[in-house]
Design a binder for this molecule. Structure first.
Ligand code: GBH
Length: 460
């Protein structure tokens, strides 16, 4: 029997931006070439037990050597934009000092190749690959790292500003701070709550300093945040309180200082109650709230929160209030993540209400599934196609409800190094055979290509 194909996308204007996204450490490989020095992910992936199967980004998708073919692939999928990140340890080895021309030349060639193919480059300056030397000097918990980031941003901006319109500073600072310095499942693998708070503040400060270092009227600047939704599991006060705390630490702790110039008072009070504080100095919030042009939204799923653990306790053994994430009872992806497109709509509508006047672009959305290639290498991924279709429809619905969303980047162009999951989880709309490095567009890629071209034809 022939499975039903997802219908093509409708309800989005022909001017809508369509792209695919990647990140340097997840695809490039070539970690010791042309003067690149190690990042915290090179170190972390070599730490026994840190990454599934001991996988590293040493080779990844070998994109560093296959860039022109990968750009041709993006072109063949009909994309008008490509979101990639620049590897700081390629451009400025060690994280300080002069530019490394060989490293920067790669991004120069990439930008030229994209423009020759009519694809707009969207540069992410930092997607988690902090130079190891800066980590050794204290990492993001050290204030100096924010100033180093601004210097690096200015170097990249000076080189690419004549050809790149859109620069975003950080990808998902919550992941860098929380997963990297508190939970320890991402590089650098530290487990220190106060260090993660300091990292949060210094990431935001680095974002603001970078904006000030790059200031220009002729470019578009932004930041990308990971955003879920935090709903109370039940209407009880305890569950509302848990959802408030989760939303506060995950979303408002970032967007309030960026857009309102202050950290949320309720979160500061929660932190004070446990004897913690953000290391804010005079003037920092003016820097952090420097205006910017576009908010990048990365969305994968929404969650419910409960204020009690499974035994009904309201506090942990160490006296912390319980904030328990409960995954909605829906089908799951291969990551075990629930599929929650209607919560995507509510998130976007809520963002446009609480943080008005800020155009949004979906800088990542996508899913890992257990792909089974046929003998020719083709993956008939109806599950991923349905995921993309329902989430793009959720974006169209949010726009109908007034959310100012201007574009959508699928995560990801290629199967790639999925951080702590290594190569075991595949998010690509294009299959990568890691033995041969062969790329084969999956059904989802063909569906997206056809949807984009139908939308453009309808608007022509
Ligand atoms: C993104 O991270 C990354 O930008 C990208 O590099 C990565 O490959 C992609 O997603 C797929 O993972 O359960 O407490 O962690 C997304 C990370 C995962 C962070 C879901 C928020 C939900 C809350 N996000 N997570 S928690």
């Amino acid at each position: 029997s022939t499975p039903q194909l997802a219908p093509l996308v409708t309800g989005l204007p022909p001017s809508f931006t369509w792209g695919v996204a990647t990140a340097a450490y997840q695809i490039e490989g070539a970690v010791a070439e042309d003067g690149r020095t190690p990042s915290i992910w090179d170190t972390f992936s070599r730490t026994p037990g840190a990454v599934h199967n001991g996988d590293t980004g040493d080779v990844a998708c070998d994109h560093y050597h296959r860039m022109p073919q990968d750009v041709a692939l993006i072109k063949s999928l009909g994309m008008d934009s490509y979101r990639f990140s620049v590897a700081w340890p390629r451009v400025q080895p060690g994280g300080r000092g002069p530019v490394n021309p060989e490293g920067l030349a790669f991004y120069d060639r990439l930008v030229d190749e994209l423009l020759a193919n009519d694809i707009a480059p969207w540069v992410t300056l930092y997607h988690w690959d902090l130079p190891q030397e800066l980590e050794d000097a204290g990492g993001w918990p050290a204030r100096d790292t924010a100033y180093r980031f601004a210097d690096y941003a200015a170097l990249v901006f000076d080189k690419l500003r004549d050809r790149v319109d859109t620069f975003t500073t950080l990808n998902e600072p919550w992941c860098s701070a929380w997963l990297g310095y508190h939970v320890g499942v991402h590089a650098p693998g530290r487990r220190d709550f106060d260090a993660s708070l300091a990292a949060t503040h210094h990431l935001l400060l680095g974002h603001g300093l970078a904006l000030q270092a790059m200031r220009s009227e002729d470019h578009r600047f932004g930041i990308t945040l990971n955003m879920g939704t935090a709903d109370p599991l039940s209407p009880s006060d305890l569950d509302h309180e848990a959802a408030r705390r989760a939303d506060g630490m995950g979303l408002r702790l970032y967007l309030d200082p960026l857009r309102h110039g202050s950290y949320p008072a309720d979160v500061l009070a929660d932190l004070a109650a446990r004897g913690s504080a953000l290391p804010v100095q005079d003037g920092d919030l003016d820097i952090i709230s420097t205006p910017f042009d576009v908010l990048g939204v990365n969305f994968y799923f929404g969650q419910d929160f409960a204020g009690t653990d499974e035994q009904g306790n309201t506090h942990s053994p160490t006296g912390e209030p319980v904030v328990r994430a409960v995954l909605p009872d829906t089908p799951r992806t291969a990551m075990g993540w629930p599929i929650t497109p209607s919560r995507f709509t509510s998130l976007l509508v809520r963002l446009s209400r609480d943080y008005p006047g800020l155009p949004m672009v979906i800088t990542e959305n996508g899913a890992a599934f257990d792909d089974t290639p046929d003998p020719t290498g083709f993956v008939r991924d109806d599950d991923r196609t349905a995921y993309l279709a329902s989430h793009i429809a959720a974006v169209a619905e949010a726009r109908d409800q007034g959310a100012d969303v201007r574009g959508y980047f699928a995560w990801s162009l290629l199967d790639n190094f999925e951080w702590a999951e290594g190569y075991a989880k595949r998010f690509g709309i294009v299959r990568v055979d890691y033995d041969t490095q062969e790329r084969t567009p999956k059904q989802s890629a063909l569906w997206l290509r056809d949807s984009i071209s139908a939308l453009r034809a309808a608007g022509a």
